[in-house]
Design a protein around this ligand. Sequence first.
Ligand SMILES: Nc1ncnc2c1ncn2[C@@H]1O[C@H](COP(=O)(O)OP(=O)(O)OP(=O)(O)O)[C@@H](O)[C@H]1O
Ligand SMILES: [Mg+2]
Length: 144
Amino acid sequence: MAETIIDIEQLTKVFYTDEIETHALSGIHMQIQRGEYVAMSGPSGCGKSTLLSIIGLLDTPTNGRYQLNGNEVANLNFSDRSRIRNQEIGFIFQSFNLIGDLTVAENVELPLTYRSGMPVAERKKRVQESLERVNMAHRMRHYP
Ligand SMILES: Nc1ncnc2c1ncn2[C@@H]1O[C@H](COP(=O)(O)OP(=O)(O)OP(=O)(O)O)[C@@H](O)[C@H]1O
Ligand SMILES: [Mg+2]
């Protein structure tokens, strides 16, 4: 049975800068089921990044409803949002946002260091496995 993981209704986002109002999103409806693969396309400035930032809990909507995995996102506090970003969401930025003075392995490891209770050996093992999966293990000790 389909399980809705992302459920968005009548979502709007307005940016206010120097007395200019930009209506970046105007009434978005969207449902994504578990296991579904979705791509969004559209002209520059149509609101793709704005919508992804809201879906990824990096930004908040001006109006409308967003349920993630059955939870009303508006009711999540700061630490709930941080935990979900850390443990449930993967986000690849257009500009990568890698940290230049950390190695490839340290960049991959960094989000895991914010999780309490994961032993260092487990962390190192996961980093190794993740990099092997994308044929990057030979670059572990390089810088981005
Ligand atoms: N922080 C912000 N402050 C003010 N306006 C913004 C902000 N972020 C985005 N906008 C405006 O909102 C609209 C949507 O921008 P957005 O970056 O979401 O578009 P996009 O579809 O991702 O474009 P691109 O294909 O160029 O990446 C644009 O008009 C943009 O100028
Ligand atoms: Mg964009």
